[in-house]
Design a protein around this ligand. Structure first.
Ligand code: FAD
Length: 292
């Protein structure tokens, strides 16, 4: 289908100009365009009918990864292919690298951005799931100049829904660097290699000086509700060394507490099996990465 008529196209080169353009339009009239990998489909199908497109490609300030002493700050316009290659994501943040590497095909990874992915929060998206497990913070500015920082637990509200308001622009996603050993991992299973996940799981573990787990975060995707925490799976890992019994208890707890839907891609039972197999692999990998 062809898009409905779009009256204006702007390619500003500063955040201030973007905010001004947003403020000059009624709510819902303008649309921020990042990599276009979700937005263009929505415009073509007329699910979105913006009158004005504000292309963020000119915003160099949103295209950098800042590896600071205590924080890793990733600009909203950093693309998946750049996340995959970035050495700043080694160690603590390999789960985010895994997620970026799992997104779609090479063309999607060359255009799609971390900002677009978290703002869209598709029902079966990879990156928001890793951002949730890694306890990321979303940094936003609204058109009236208000600066907001929203943690992942409060940001992802449901499929295609986040705590971002229409007049907000996402500037960056940040992560606190762990002072002790930590590791993370993400894996998805889709009907074909490049497809959206039927089930995707991200895990993060932090170890104390004895090597036992003092913090764990697990997040899931593919259940039809967008990125969601799987807190029931975290408790059995606390105090453990990543042994098979604790990992099995974690995945069984997730299955017992998660509403896994049956749809055209998979039955509920099949999704539970995927949670068991992918979950075990991802949690074990997070422990191994934390230990090395
Ligand atoms: C063939 C195909 C396969 C795919 N497979 C996968 C997959 O396996 N896993 C997966 O996770 N995803 C997959 N995707 C979706 C992909 O991840 C998209 O790139 C992503 O959802 C959107 O990122 P984008 O940069 O393209 O954003 P856009 O499509 O440009 O924008 C998406 C939304 O975010 C808003 N937005 C973007 N940037 C900002 C900002 N800085 N501030 C405020 N709002 C903003 C836009 O206004 C829009 O509403 C696939 C897409 C395609 C086309």
């Amino acid at each position: 289908m062809y898009p409905a008529e779009i009256k204006e196209y702007h390619k500003p080169d500063s955040v201030e100009q973007v905010l001004e353009l947003i403020a000059n339009h009624e709510e819902g009239e303008s649309l921020l365009l990042a990599g276009g990998q979700s937005a263009m489909q929505a415009i073509k199908s007329r699910m979105l009918r913006p009158q004005c497109i504000i292309d963020l490609q000119g915003l160099q300030e949103l295209k950098t990864i800042n590896d600071e002493s205590e924080t890793l700050k990733i600009g909203a316009m950093v693309r998946y292919c750049e996340l995959v290659k970035s050495s700043s994501l080694n160690n603590n943040f390999t789960g985010l690298k895994d997620a970026a590497a799992h997104v779609g095909d090479r063309q999607v990874r060359n255009r799609g951005t971390i900002g677009g992915s978290v703002c869209w929060n598709y029902a079966a998206a990879c990156t928001p799931t890793a951002v949730l497990a890694l306890d990321g913070n979303m940094h936003l500015i609204s058109s009236d100049g208000e600066i907001k920082v929203i943690c992942a637990d409060d940001f992802f509200l449901g499929p295609l829904d986040t705590a971002k308001s229409e007049s907000d622009i996402l500037i960056s996603v940040s992560f606190k660097k762990s002072k002790t050993r930590s590791g993370s991992a993400y894996k998805k299973w889709g009907l074909v290699k490049d497809a959206l996940p039927v089930v995707g799981i991200a895990a993060f573990v932090k170890l104390d000086s004895n090597g036992s787990c003092c913090e764990a975060r697990i997040a899931l995707t593919g259940m039809g509700v967008g990125a969601q925490r799987a807190a029931a799976g975290e408790t059995p890992l606390l105090g453990s060394y990543g042994d098979p019994q604790s990992i099995e208890a974690a995945t069984e707890n997730i299955c017992a507490n998660i509403d896994a839907p049956t749809d055209l891609s998979a039955t509920s039972d099949y999704r539970h099996q995927l949670i068991r197999s992918i979950g075990a692999e991802v949690i074990l990998t997070a422990f191994k990465r934390a230990s090395t």
